[in-house]
Design a protein around this ligand. Structure first.
Ligand SMILES: Cc1ncc(C[n+]2csc(CCOP(=O)(O)OP(=O)(O)O)c2C)c(N)n1
Ligand SMILES: CC(=O)[C@@H](O)[C@H](O)COP(=O)(O)O
Ligand SMILES: [Mg+2]
Length: 614
């Protein structure tokens, strides 16, 4: 029987000797590599956090002590130690375990999560909630070096230092976000790790001793020097000054150091931070060598580390990346901005081509949007490349800093719609609903990768804020041909002779529906402009057809179909409207195809609707 097989509940880790714990770590790694190589998942972060997870479960009493994982993409060892070993092979698949902590899955998961930098605030809320009700048990937030740089994490630290409650923050510092970590804070952590903070103390002390005054002021000056020394010597002075005790750094792969550190901090009162140093991908050479590639992957060959599933057709992301490089070449005002997702949004080639016009701002979506506003106010043309789900975090900045001032910022919204295996925290289900109501915002959704390319090339010619949204995954393989388009006009791709049903689709669903519309003699309209609607075209359709279907990959509430319904109520149109979009639920994880089927926005669902109406 393996050691992992003997762990029925996390408390069983406490019964192991040192050798068995080392064996357990090896087995956890083997299970993670074996499973993710078959079904995909977040590899590098999970391999890096194995010892820290074992040590946490060894020292603390889960679920009485609550461990709160930030982002939650590193929770696989925790799932394996908390009774989910048997289902682990189903992770991220339809009906299987989620890739993130889920309260409904286990009493050891205390916060549903997927977006970063929420752990400190949530843990502090739990701490206060427990104190008010005198509920015993520790609360521990585990947050990465990338995630702690976000504004929200700082808001949590600020409040934690003020409240002075017993809160344990574990900083899991692997010196990486998904990509290379950026920012002054990350440089500060590197200096702590390499001992530069201590070296600086020695230099500054030497300088101070040189300028030390003589005579009666000596005592006062010496006191000041002492304070200064304390400041320079304490590597985590940044946290100490916020009233958060700093401990570390400690090697996060060495159980013999880690466990005593945790035992000690367990007894300390007040808010504290333990700085743990880990390495992404530990124990699997391809992930150690290329942690960015192995951050989140599909199935791969574990021997070679080659990721399966490279397809012939490029993704929307890749085409967007190609377009922005071309636009950057033509128009020197073009700036590309990402919030910690340079690879995910496909703009790494822009970085190479125009490093001075590329900005990775870290996990700071709000800052990314207002930073873009500032650039636009100076006459530049910023393009913010961001996933739909993470765009949610910058809502006030979109309204207050960009749209209110009608600034020419281009929002390139990737992963709009169903993302698949990441599931409910990551679906881009709401952007049309939350953007449509903002004055000055114009919203477009291309029907294929060629239209995306051309929309992006034209983006700088439009004044005011615009959003271009596109799906996760591959395009249709259509050739990329530069041809100007009137972005605010719709096009009719198939004219029905019967004139009974018209389908107004948006995004990739337009192209996907073309064959069906031709076969069933349905008029097909490419609703590429969601705001403004093409009034004259829509008016004609609503007057001429008894049945008008709309289809979109956004919540049916407030989305494209709703916009058409609003227009419909403004006139006296005979058409019956049939709205197809995402249901009013947080859509679960699974492969994109199955999820689309379940949500009723597949071709099958459309065919069924058409047959009902014919
Ligand atoms: C608000 C938000 N923006 C972006 C992301 C995408 N994202 C997921 S993990 C990650 C990197 C996090 O870095 P770190 O906290 O250091 O954890 P590590 O991956 O290094 O373990 C990013 C940018 C996210 N989940 N949430
Ligand atoms: C955890 C997280 O937020 C990211 O790692 C996300 O899973 C990336 O998604 P993509 O695979 O669509 O880039
Ligand atoms: Mg990190």
């Amino acid at each position: 029987m393996s050691v992992l097989d003997r762990i029925e509940e996390p408390g069983d880790v406490k019964t192991l000797d040192g050798q068995e714990m080392t064996q357990l770590c090896a087995e956890l790694r083997e299970t993670i590599i074996d499973t993710t190589s078959r079904v995909g998942g977040h590899v590098a972060s999970n391999l890096g956090i194995v010892e820290l997870t074992v040590a946490l479960h060894r020292v603390f009493e889960s679920p009485r002590d609550k461990i709160i994982w930030d982002v939650g993409h590193q929770c696989y060892p925790h799932k394996l130690l908390t009774g989910r070993r048997q289902q682990f092979g189903t992770i991220r698949q339809l009906g299987g375990l989620s890739g993130f902590p889920k309260r409904h899955e286990s009493p050891h998961d205390h916060l549903d999560v997927g977006h970063s930098s929420t752990s400190i605030s949530a843990a502090l809320g739990m701490r206060v909630g427990r104190d008010i009700q005198q509920i015993p048990g520790k609360v521990i937030a585990v947050i990465g070096d990338g995630s702690i740089g976000a504004g929200m994490a700082f808001e949590g630290l600020n409040h934690a230092g003020h409240l002075d409650k017993d809160l344990i923050i574990i900083l899991n510092d692997n010196e990486m976000s998904i990509a290379e970590n950026v920012g002054a804070l990350s440089n500060y952590f590197s200096k702590i790790i390499t001992g530069q903070v201590y070296n600086r103390f020695r230099k500054d002390l030497e300088n101070m001793l040189h300028i030390l005054p003589r005579g009666e002021r000596l005592v006062r000056a010496a006191k000041k020097v002492e304070e200064g020394i304390k400041g320079f010597m304490t590597p985590g002075i940044l946290f100490e000054e916020l009233n958060i005790k700093y401990f570390g750094p400690v090697d996060g792969h060495d159980l013999e150091s880690l466990i005593p550190f945790l035992e000690n901090i367990k007894r300390i009162e007040g808010p504290l931070l333990l700085h743990v140093i880990t390495k992404k991908g530990t124990g699997y050479a391809p992930a150690e060598t290329n942690p960015e590639k192995f951050h989140g992957v599909g199935p791969f060959d574990r021997e070679s580390g080659v990721i399966h599933g490279a397809t012939a057709t490029p993704s929307y992301t890749a085409i967007a990346g190609q377009a922005i490089v071309e636009l950057g070449r033509r128009d020197q005002r073009t700036i590309a901005i990402t919030a910690a997702m340079p690879e995910g949004t496909g703009i790494q080639n822009f970085k190479t081509a125009y490093p001075e016009r590329f900005f990775d701002v870290g996990i700071a979506e709000q800052h990314a949007v207002t930073f873009a506003a500032g650039l636009a106010l100076e006459g530049l043309r910023p393009h913010v490349f961001i996933y739909s789900t993470f765009f949610q975090r910058a809502y006030d900045q979109i309204i207050h800093d960009v749209c209110l001032q009608n600034l020419p910022v281009v929002f390139c919204i990737d992963r709009a719609g169903i993302v698949g295996n990441d599931g409910e925290t990551h679906n881009g289900s709401f952007d049309l609903s939350f953007l449509r109501c903002i004055p000055n915002m114009r919203i477009f959704s291309p029907r294929d990768e060629n239209e995306l390319y051309n929309m992006l090339l034209q983006a700088n010619t439009l004044d005011g804020p615009i959003t271009i949204r596109y799906a996760r995954g591959n395009g249709f393989g259509v050739p990329i041909v530069e041809s100007p388009i009137n972005m605010e006009s719709w096009e009719i791709l198939h004219h029905s002779k019967k004139k009974r049903i018209a389908l107004i689709a948006t995004g990739y669903l337009v192209t996907e529906s073309l064959n069906l519309c031709q076969e069933h003699d349905i008029t097909l309209v490419n609703g590429r402009s969601i705001k403004p609607l093409d009034g004259p075209c829509l008016q004609g359709i609503l007057q001429e057809y008894p049945h008008v279907i709309t289809i979109e990959e956004n919540s049916a509430i407030g989305g494209f179909g709703s916009a058409i319904a609003e227009f419909h109520c403004s006139g006296n149109f005979p058409a019956h409207l049939h709205l197809m979009g995402l249901p009013d639920v947080f859509v679960e994880h699974g492969d994109q195809k199955s999820i689309r089927q379940k949500c009723g926005i597949s071709l099958d669902a459309l065919k069924q609707k058409v047959e009902e109406l014919q």
